[in-house]
Design a protein around this ligand. Structure first.
Ligand code: ADP
Ligand code: MG
Length: 335
């Protein structure tokens, strides 16, 4: 559905030259919910905006549904854009217009008749759960409701592709979940391809199937979400995953811990028990579980444990080696 080929974007400002996107190449398959994650300033929005050519690449190609969008003439570009919906962190609604007018705007621009519009808008409002809000102004809506209007507007011209730039970053946890559920439902029901940006791994983890990690303009890692989460390779990915797992031991307690603290990550629910008991049988050490949880990513379980290990240095080293060999990862995080 989307193919980025060696896309680079450089901004020249008075103060500096910013290489916002550097030589990015990857593909997003039709029907996927594809995530781009990375810290602020990584180049995510700039890359996303090349898909509807709000940002023109300095070099490289962006293919959307088989067409290189960077070389289209004005009229073809306008046509292509109609099939691409976009939603934003701050919704970008028109405050002087009611929900109905906001949603119908893209149809008006593309020359649809009043009849077509009056047939389509109620359907759109029903999809996003706002049937009773057609004549309300954005100022009277909650953040979540505003984003629902944004989604309805993005789908107005029967878009095949939905671009989402931090769609839940201004929302609370509960509302975030309901908006992500809605995007997920729309993807499943209508087969609309979704390209979603977030600085939060939790958002990516909850609905995406594949993900690219961006840092300083580059894609540093690309994988399916489960693999990326359970076996992160790049330091940036590791940080994002660690932050998302949020398995911190309070500093005060950390100071009192003797021996090593090891984070063990394993795939599957039942795999760990025999590994831990075998490990203790093999090496005479004390092992104490301080924290543990199981995450479900795309319905696949992944377990994380923090274990405190005490004993003769050699035994501890050997045991950690044994854990490394028999689990997805085992990392000493404190010693
Ligand atoms: N129009 C612009 N002019 C100059 N610099 C820009 C412009 N847009 C983005 N940048 C810079 O490009 C880099 C990437 O920005 P952006 O794509 O918005 O990152 P992200 O969405 O990952 O937070 C940042 O350093 C940002 O300051
Ligand atoms: Mg951004």
């Amino acid at each position: 559905m989307i193919k980025f080929e060696n896309v680079s974007i450089t901004f020249n400002t008075k103060k500096a030259t910013v290489n916002a996107v550097r030589n990015v190449s990857f593909e997003v398959n039709k029907g996927d919910i594809f995530g781009i994650v990375g810290t602020s300033g990584a180049g995510k929005s700039t890359l996303l905006r090349t898909v509807n050519l709000l940002e023109k690449p300095c070099s490289g190609k962006v293919n959307v549904d088989g067409v290189d969008i960077t070389v289209l003439d004005k009229q073809s570009l306008r046509k292509a854009r109609q099939k691409i919906g976009m939603i934003f962190q701050h919704y970008n609604l028109i405050h002087t217009k009611a929900v109905y007018e906001n949603v119908s705007l893209p149809m008006k621009i593309s020359g649809k008749s009043t009849k077509e519009i009056s047939k389509r808008v109620p359907d759109l409002l029903e999809i996003v759960g706002l049937s009773d809000k057609a004549h309300i102004y954005p100022g009277q809506l909650s953040g979540g409701q505003k984003q629902r209007v944004g989604i309805a507007r993005a789908l107005a011209n029967e878009s095949q592709l939905l671009l989402c730039d931090e769609p839940t970053s201004a929302l609370d946890l509960e509302t975030t979940k309901s908006i992500l559920d809605l995007i997920h439902d729309i993807n499943k029901k209508y087969g609309i391809t979704v390209l979603l940006i977030s600085h939060e791994m939790d958002v990516i983890k909850s609905i995406c199937s594949r993900v690219a990690v961006m840092s300083e303009g580059e894609v540093v890692e690309l994988n399916d979400v489960y693999s990326l989460f359970s076996n992160p390779q790049h330091e940036i990915t590791k940080q994002l995953v660690r932050h998302s797992l949020n398995m911190k031991i309070p500093e005060g307690i950390l100071g009192d811990i003797e021996g090593k603290l090891v984070r063990v990550l394993y795939r599957g629910t039942s795999a760990l028990n025999p590994i831990l008991s075998n490990a203790i049988r093999k090496y005479p050490v004390d092992m104490n579980i301080l924290h543990g949880r199981i995450e479900y990513i795309n319905n696949q379980p992944m377990g994380v444990l923090l274990v405190n290990i005490n004993g003769e240095n050699n035994d501890v080293v050997n045991l950690i080696h044994y854990l490394k060999e028999n689990t997805a990862t085992a990392e000493v995080i404190h010693d």
